[in-house]
Ligand binder design. Structure first.
Ligand SMILES: Nc1ncnc2c1ncn2[C@@H]1O[C@H](COP(=O)(O)OP(=O)(O)OP(=O)(O)O)[C@@H](O)[C@H]1O
Ligand SMILES: O=C(O)[C@@H](O)C(=O)CO
Length: 421
């Protein structure tokens, strides 16, 4: 193994795994920090998917360090700490404390901070993070229920989460090329400034940064920063050229969609699936809470539908409805009820012959993967930027795609199936 990745959520893990796979690294995703002496799968890159974005800092640090140990033991030469392209975190963490702990463990002198992901509209200029054409704090992320992003300046955001100094590599330096970036990072390290926010607007910039980061033991950022890393291993003769398959062969069986994501992109994708005539059933948290809807009934309904189109089970709703449900059940309880139901439903669907599954939402994906008992995923072709099909390697025989709430084109739920054979 050449590269080890520690991802702070499930869909973020498939996002970065896809990036590496497309850049020619055979990449496998494992779920949860592997036990101390367990062997990791054979691959060029291994991504450990944690659920450490919003849990208590001490837990996030402990899980990340455990993942780091397993990756080092398996031979990783470089560690990437992958967080959200919208820097989802609070002034307490968990990005800063996890990065600090990894920095200490790896004896790193510096680490870049680069959530840029141009294909999904995330760019960095003068150290400010943009989502599309607006600064992060003006995007829908300002109202995120767990990690509302009220600033866009990455030096300030990271600076609030660590005692260490945070510097900046400006766009003019990135335009000068990899050598200039490397020199600037070294200059900042010599000034006792280990964290370095790097501007990046395009994929070309990410390739320049990737080259500049050759040999850096620790990197932090979104999936974009992974784009330019495989070329370093290839140049060193460690990574052969590889063909990327454009489709995935999937076991025969039924196809279905589970969505607990309430983000704008997902709701648009649900609308398109409904308009296309996919059989659909709305999952109601209040009905789950009072027992008038049950996991067994939801799964039985799905399995009774015609196989002409994928079925859709969704709890996704607009912000006003979510707020009303949260007001009655409590925010955590509402989320937990839906996640528990989807976790159980997924297991029943798999037992009932569903072998092709799309899941929308990071937390929802975590619950479904847990319900299905999935331990390892092999990365397949890209459906849309940041979202691959994956094949379950350790778990039930199936293919599954885990979609980040904000990712994917409006026809995502309709077009994804055409990549399966
Ligand atoms: N109708 C609903 N009422 C209240 N909570 C809901 C409802 N539907 C889903 N939820 C909860 O909202 C949360 C949605 O989070 P999830 O991470 O799955 O989606 P997302 O935030 O859109 O995705 P991502 O994290 O990838 O951006 C889950 O905890 C889910 O259980
Ligand atoms: O970087 C992103 O935006 C995604 O991979 C993600 O982390 C979703 O939660």
């Amino acid at each position: 193994m050449l590269l080890g990745v520690i991802a702070d959520d499930m869909t973020g893990a498939t996002d970065v795994a896809l990036m590496l796979n497309r850049a020619g690294m055979r990449t496998v995703q494992v779920i949860g920090a592997p036990a101390a002496n367990s062997a990791l799968p054979e691959a060029d890159a291994v991504v450990v998917a944690l659920k450490s974005r919003t849990n208590p800092v001490s837990e996030a640090v402990a899980q990340s360090l455990a993942a780091c140990e397993a990756l080092l033991a398996a031979g990783a030469r470089q560690i990437l700490f992958k967080y959200c392209s919208t820097f989802d975190s609070t002034p307490h963490g968990n990005i800063g404390p996890v990065a600090d702990a990894l920095m200490r463990r790896l004896g790193a002198q510096s680490a870049i901070v680069c959530p840029a992901f141009p294909a999904n509209g995330r760019s960095i200029y003068q150290g400010y993070l943009f989502v599309g054409s607006v600064p992060l704090h003006e995007s829908s992320m300002k109202d995120h229920p767990l990690t509302p992003m009220r600033d866009s300046n990455l030096m300030r955001l990271m600076g609030a989460q660590t005692q260490a100094k945070v510097g900046h590599v400006g766009y003019a330096t990135v335009l000068e090329g990899a050598r200039a970036v490397k020199a600037r990072i070294a200059e900042l390290a010599a000034q006792d400034t280990p964290y370095v926010v790097t501007d990046a607007l395009t994929n070309h910039d990410l390739m320049v940064l990737g080259e500049a980061l050759d040999g850096q033991v620790l990197l932090t950022g979104g999936s974009g920063i992974a784009m330019g890393l495989p070329q370093n291993f290839r140049r060193a003769g460690l990574l052969p050229e590889r063909e990327i398959a454009g489709h995935l062969s999937a076991p025969q069986g039924r196809a279905g969609i589970i969505s607990g994501s309430c983000s704008t992109a997902t709701r648009g994708q649900i609308k398109a699936a409904l308009e296309a005539g996919c059989p659909a059933l709305k999952v109601d948290p209040m009905a789950l809470a009072d027992g008038s809807q049950s996991s067994a009934e939801l799964a039985a309904w799905a399995l009774a539908q015609s196989t002409a189109q994928p079925f859709l089970l969704y709890s996704s709703d607009d912000p006003a409805e979510i707020a009303a449900v949260q007001g009655r059940l409590g925010r955590d309880k509402a989320g937990e009820i839906v996640e528990t139901a989807f976790s159980q439903v997924a297991r029943l669907l798999s037992q009932g012959g569903v072998t092709r599954m799309l899941v929308a939402g990071g937390e929802t994906s975590g619950a479904v993967v847990q319900g299905l008992g999935i331990r390892t995923l092999e990365i397949g072709p890209e459906i849309d930027p940041g979202v691959p099909w994956t094949r379950v390697v350790d778990g039930p025989e199936m293919v599954i795609a885990l979609k980040s709430g904000n990712f994917g084109a409006p026809d995502f739920f309709l077009k994804a199936w055409s990549l399966l054979r």
